[in-house]
Design a binder for this molecule. Structure first.
Ligand code: MN
Length: 241
């Protein structure tokens, strides 16, 4: 793998800043599989959902739907968004690293507002120059349609499908359907009111737990302990935060 700290910048001139902002691409199996492309900007993660994921082929333009900003900490999340939350499903960190603004102008926030952002990625799968360009969506679109495209540089390639050859997490090496619920993220928790019920709410209702099983159940457990323990009620859980 290329080490950019040891390799001179190909497009030279501009020295790298001491600390670059981060990017993350999360592969997310919600109702539909997609790739969430996120760039750290203004303390949050500017976010786009890319249904087909990135392509190194500079002739391929991938639709990228701009979605709501995500908290910076979400960049480290890999796990399960519980049922009942927006985007319920599995998430892996498909790629991460740093990004560097290229153009237009010298202010990435202004560039974003103008609807065009060219940048360089220093990831484990994502390298070189890329761009996000806002497009005028078809009638009835929400005005959040962008394209993610690869600029022509030494990394551009029509021969490699990066989502195909490198499908797994850069953190756990798991694919998206292999992550378990050890870590969860409640995407609805920032809602000010009327929070939708989550799986955690269903597992840990506020009403007291039901009384232990009847005598009939315990007598059955004496005759067949193995079967009975398999059917034991789940242990009470703390509310997931
Ligand atoms: Mn998503």
């Amino acid at each position: 793998m290329r080490d950019f700290k040891a390799t001179p910048e190909p497009s030279g001139g501009k020295p790298r800043k001491a600390k670059l902002p981060i990017f993350v691409i999360q592969k997310h199996h919600a109702s539909r599989l997609h790739y969430d492309f996120r760039l750290e900007m203004e303390g949050v993660l500017k976010s786009w959902a890319v249904p087909k994921g990135p392509s190194y082929d500079p002739t391929v333009k991938r639709l990228a739907m701009m979605t709501e900003d995500h908290p910076y900490d979400y960049a480290g999340f890999e796990g399960v968004i519980p049922a009942g939350n927006y985007g319920a499903g599995n998430v892996i960190i498909w790629d991460n690293g740093e990004w560097e603004f290229i153009e237009p102008g010298d202010d990435p926030v202004k560039a974003l507002k103008s609807g065009k952002l060219a940048f360089r990625l220093y990831g484990k799968k994502m390298f070189g120059e890329w761009a996000l360009v806002k497009i005028k969506g078809r009638d009835g679109s929400k005005g959040n349609e962008w394209l993610l495209l690869k600029h022509r540089d030494q990394y551009a390639s029509a021969d490699v499908d990066v989502t195909e050859v490198a499908p797994r997490s850069v953190i756990s090496n798991k694919d998206v359907d292999e992550v378990g619920g050890e870590r969860t993220w409640e995407s609805n928790r920032k809602a000010s009111s009327g929070r939708a019920p989550t799986l955690a709410d269903k597992l840990a209702p506020t009403k007291p737990a039901p009384a232990p099983r009847s005598r009939a159940a315990s007598s059955r457990s004496r005759s067949s302990p193995a079967r009975s323990s398999r059917k034991a009620a789940p242990t009470p859980r703390r509310r997931l935060r």
